[in-house]
Design a protein around this ligand. Structure first.
Ligand SMILES: C[S@@+](CC[C@H](N)C(=O)[O-])C[C@H]1O[C@@H](n2cnc3c(N)ncnc32)[C@H](O)[C@@H]1O
Length: 302
């Protein structure tokens, strides 16, 4: 299989635009990794942050965040990403070990290092879709660390606003076998039509017994919490205007669409998992996280 992402070793894809959000998540995971009460460990995350000029000065350790959880960006928001990482790690491990699927697709994979750090059962294949420049930067860093994946890994450089459905079977994905899909921190950057296409495509390529987890933001989140400390701190401390990067058009009801297609879905707030793990962000006033929902869906076997 041709790994086209390796041909481009530039860092432009993570230095600006939506690619820089992958560095934000990586920095959060680096900080989480070093917390004494860490929810998830990602030893690769800090290397991504340090390798990109856009993020080289960002914190990668809690001791570099003097205000701790009171820092809206590197405290509370970073902890949110730590919790999300843990919850979705658990979803993936449950889906492959108990559910039996051996194909995993990470949509908007960014600097997700799960292929390198989770204990995958034999025979697993991880497909990673993101923009070519982002995957190229990822490979540049991982190659420098001589990192070895713990499962077969297939980068699929594609823009998810386009017609990407054919790329997966072309990369070796088998629609006749059960699959697990992860859409973490992606959908709010896509136009509504691209989100609908993504959900329709996942459904079409998923055999019964497949599972999907994705994150959405309720429409009211964008309108009600635009001056929340979380968005303001992200803009002022590191120059990322998340609201500017989000697609502002009305969102489709993707959980409802899947239910209509016969999937069984459950919708959670992040705070549900904070309570379960006894660690993580709790609700507060004017909270940009209040509209976030984590959706888990299964395509039932007949
Ligand atoms: C916030 S990051 C999340 C990355 C990863 N899922 C994680 O949680 O670490 C969002 C990712 O979506 C990717 N992305 C956004 N729009 C995209 C598009 N149109 N096509 C492909 N990837 C896209 C970005 O390049 C970035 O890597």
């Amino acid at each position: 299989m041709v790994d086209t992402a390796h041909r481009n070793t530039g860092v432009e894809g993570v230095a600006g635009g939506v690619g820089v959000t992958a560095l934000l998540v990586a920095a959060a995971r680096a900080i989480e990794t070093h917390r004494p009460d860490s929810l998830a460990r990602d030893v690769f995350a800090e290397h991504f942050v340090l390798a990109a000029p856009a993020s080289a000065g960002w914190p990668i350790h809690p001791r570099q965040v003097p205000e701790g959880d009171a820092d809206p960006l590197w405290g509370r928001f970073a902890r949110y990403f730590g919790l999300r990482t843990r919850v979705l790690d658990d979803f993936l491990m449950q889906s492959v070990h108990a559910g039996g699927a051996r194909q995993v697709v990470l949509l908007g994979a960014g600097l997700d290092s799960r292929a390198f750090r989770l204990d995958w059962p034999p025979g697993c294949v991880i497909f990673e879709i993101d923009r070519e420049e982002v995957l190229a930067f990822k490979h540049q860093v991982l190659d420098g660390l001589s990192a070895a994946p713990k499962a077969a890994r297939v980068p699929v450089p594609m823009d998810l606003r386009g017609d990407w459905a054919g790329a997966l079977p072309g990369a070796g994905f088998d629609p006749a076998a059960p699959s697990v899909w992860l859409v973490e921190g992606l959908l709010f950057y896509l136009p509504p039509a691209a989100e609908t296409y993504l959900i329709d495509t996942v459904d079409r390529l998923s055999r019964a017994g497949s599972a999907l987890a994705f994150e959405v933001k309720l429409d009211k989140d964008l309108l009600e919490y635009r001056d929340s400390p979380l968005y303001t701190a992200t803009k002022h401390q590191i120059g990322i205007d998340l609201l500017d990067l989000f697609d502002r058009e009305p969102r489709p009801d993707s959980a409802g669409n899947l239910t209509d297609k016969g999937w069984s879905t459950s919708v959670h707030t992040p705070f549900d998992f904070t309570r379960r793990h006894r660690r993580g962000p709790l609700p507060e006033q004017n909270d940009a996280l209040a509209g976030n929902r984590w959706v888990f869906a299964d395509k039932p076997r007949p």
